[in-house]
Design a protein around this ligand. Structure first.
Ligand code: NAD
Ligand code: UDP
Ligand code: UDP
Length: 338
């Protein structure tokens, strides 16, 4: 028996008589795939703070050790350089599966790798969950709704997705990951949870990851024009990262499979977002129009009735409250780079 499985038995997760994942008592042993990334590192902070042990699996494609360095030396924390496309053997109680590039610039950079991560990576983590009887949470995305014909989007909407476009590696990949999760649930009895995450921002986003909030904030701080793609009238709804992390934990701990929309219903056009960034960072900031990318969804806004009712969760932080927190982090990191 390894050390790891002894401590799992103590937590109720291992041994001969297996306790169902949902009945295991804290402190728990938890895997966070993609834990060196933006959302994952904030999740790791929360899980370690409440006393759990956390193993991060990350291949550092878009994640950084910097995001986790404050936990190095904590005996309840372990960081493993691992690509989820490859199988792995571990003993844990819960698996938060986040590994996947999230910014269009990153996921289009190597689309084959992106779809492999979504399909083979999710398959491996579900196979792991099945073998050890762990509860598994998938971070899916609002992109499963594609360029939606229903507005705002409810979880019952099946979506409007181009299966052969440049975004398909990501949105069809995540749709397949949802299918795999439900099939492992129905076919192998795995306890699964599915979150459909809407655009999220906050400290630790990559400075140049190409997403709109990080682009506008970094551009305004560098005294460069903010690049608005297309006519800027497309909409998104922006959620602050701590609200998302609270929602992910509520979903994992609750009794409902989902899928659940996790997002902030506050909807903004890209021109309105530029205006808020201008007010927050620099009243003299300017904008510059650029051609839009292919298959860009025209609008996106979550209907979060289901999460409010069943998870007792709703976001607390508005864009105007959350943006300054991100700006402080970006300003510090940009100054360090100089
Ligand atoms: P991120 O790019 O900051 O983090 C992703 C992490 O996964 C990185 O640390 C990266 O190195 C790691 N990773 C990528 N491929 C991997 C692989 N094959 N093996 C191991 N690790 C791998 O992105 P994020 O914003 O933190 O997103 C986290 C998750 O949430 C993703 O699954 C994403 O699809 C989902 N999501 C995020 C948003 C958002 O707005 N941030 C919206 C919808 C869904
Ligand atoms: N897997 C893994 N760790 C485990 C158990 C399984 O990485 O602890 C991988 C396994 O290598 C396989 C995938 O998960 O590629 C699916 O596993 P499952 O047992 O469901 O399917 P099978 O191996 O029978 O095809
Ligand atoms: N966008 C923009 N300027 C940028 C980056 C993105 O106007 O510098 C637009 C993009 O065309 C899209 C929206 O902002 O309509 C959100 O893009 P992002 O890449 O952040 O996320 P998405 O929701 O498309 O995955």
């Amino acid at each position: 028996t390894t050390k790891a499985s002894v401590s799992v038995a103590a937590a109720g997760g291992g041994g001969g008589r297996r306790v169902p994942a949902g009945l295991r008592k804290p402190p728990l042993r938890i895997v966070v795939t993609g834990g060196a990334g933006f959302v994952g590192s904030h999740l790791v902070d929360k899980l370690l703070a409440r006393g759990d042990s956390v193993i991060v699996l990350d291949n550092f494609f878009t994640g950084r050790k910097d995001n986790l360095v404050h936990h190095f030396g904590n005996p309840r924390f372990e960081l493993i350089r691992h690509d989820v496309v490859e199988p792995i053997l571990l003993e844990v109680d819960q698996i938060y599966h986040l590994a996947c590039p999230a910014s269009p610039v990153h996921y289009k950079y190597n689309p084959i790798k992106t779809i492999k991560t979504n399909v083979m990576g999710t398959l491996n983590m579900l196979g792991l969950a099945k073998r050890i009887g762990a509860r598994f949470l998938l971070t899916s995305t609002s992109e499963v709704y594609g360029d939606p014909l229903e507005h705002p989007q409810k979880e019952t909407y099946w979506g409007h997705v181009n299966p052969i476009g440049v975004r398909s590696c990501y949105d069809e990949g995540k749709r397949t990951a949802e299918t795999l999760s439900m099939d492992y649930h129905r076919g192998a009895g795995v306890e699964v949870r599915i979150a459909r995450i809407f655009n999220t921002y906050g400290p630790r986003m990559c400075l140049d990851d190409g997403r709109v909030v990080s682009n506008f904030v970094a551009q305004a701080l560098r005294k460069q024009p903010m690049t608005v793609y297309g006519d800027g009238k497309q909409t998104r709804s922006f959620q602050y990262v701590s609200d998302l992390v609270d929602g992910l934990v509520a979903l994992m701990e609750g009794e409902h499979i989902g899928p659940f929309n996790l997002g902030n219903p506050g909807e903004f056009t890209m021109l309105e977002l530029a205006e808020v960034v201008k007010e927050t960072v620099d009243p003299s900031a300017t904008i510059e129009f650029r051609p839009n990318t292919a298959d860009d969804p025209h609008m996106r806004k979550p209907d979060i009735t289901k999460a409010k009712e069943l998870l007792n969760w709703e976001p607390k932080i508005s864009l105007r409250q959350g943006l300054p927190l991100m700006v402080t982090d970006f300003r510090k990191r940009l100054n360090e780079k100089k």
